[in-house]
Design a protein around this ligand. Structure first.
Ligand code: AP5
Ligand code: MG
Length: 207
């Protein structure tokens, strides 16, 4: 099972990916989380990526392609994987075809006007990376899953969110047609409760 989750920032890719990966026992590979870990560890890749991420721009393709190539070569990916946030450009998608072409690409579809509130109200666990929303958790500071500290992401500021949405429409949305052309695209309505979105994803995955 080789899966890709597509969708704009805040569509719920990360929220759904954790549930799907738990259900199918495959690794959840979030390139955003990998880059944030690299920043936290002060690596060269992290320092390079931070400049782009803080502006809401994409990190250069060559950095991401190499990072994903190495990750997919690890043993836990032998039985499948879920890529969350990669590919994001046609060049990344072409590279992935040469590494491990996805069987199914799930496009989590949510209109832009809903996304700003989802992202400005998001809190993420520093430890397990789970996403929450202040509408549900209020001003809780502790993750209900693992006890880690909840933080706000640096790029979840309104001006940066607008750049991320713009970048999504210009550089990533063309992948919808790219994967439709390959017969791999499955679109799911992401504007319903997380439980309903999960059910819809299970339907398109055939299980
Ligand atoms: P990344 O971390 O991938 O961010 P993103 O694509 O902008 O997506 P998000 O993580 O913001 O949203 P999500 O869809 O995961 O939503 P979530 O489940 O958290 O990338 C960050 C940056 O890294 C990029 O800008 C770029 O610079 C760089 N990068 C990463 N990959 C790259 C690549 N391949 N190439 C180049 N650069 C790359 O949910 C959001 C909120 O909504 C939460 O509060 C959640 O609780 C809530 N929510 C979730 N589902 C629902 C629902 N159904 N109803 C209501 N609320 C919901
Ligand atoms: Mg995410």
């Amino acid at each position: 099972m080789k899966l890709v989750f597509l969708g704009p920032p805040g569509a719920g890719k990360g929220t759904q990916a954790s549930m799907v990966c738990q259900r199918f026992a495959i690794p959840h590979i979030s390139t955003g989380d990998m880059l944030r870990a690299a920043i936290a560890n002060g690596t060269e890749t992290g320092m390079k990526a931070k400049v782009f991420m803080d502006r809401g721009q994409l990190v250069p393709d060559e950095v991401l392609i190499e990072m994903v190539r190495e990750r997919l070569n690890e043993k836990d990916c032998e039985k499948g994987f879920l890529l969350d946030g990669f590919p994001r450009t046609v060049d990344q998608a072409e590279a992935l075809e040469g590494i491990a072409a996805p069987d199914v690409v799930v496009d989590v579809d949510v209109a832009d006007e809903k996304l700003l509130d989802r992202l400005t109200g998001r809190r993420v666990c520093e430890k397990c990376r789970e996403s929450f929303h202040v509408a549900k958790i209020g001003d809780a500071k502790v993750c209900s899953h693992c006890g880690g500290t909840l933080i706000q992401r640096d790029d979840d500021k309104p001006a940066t969110i607008r750049n991320r949405l713009d970048v999504y429409h210009r550089q990533t949305a063309p992948l919808i047609d790219y994967y439709r052309g390959k017969g791999a695209l499955r679109t799911v309505d992401g504007d319903q409760t997380p439980e309903k979105v999960f059910e819809a994803i299970l339907v398109v995955l055939g299980g």
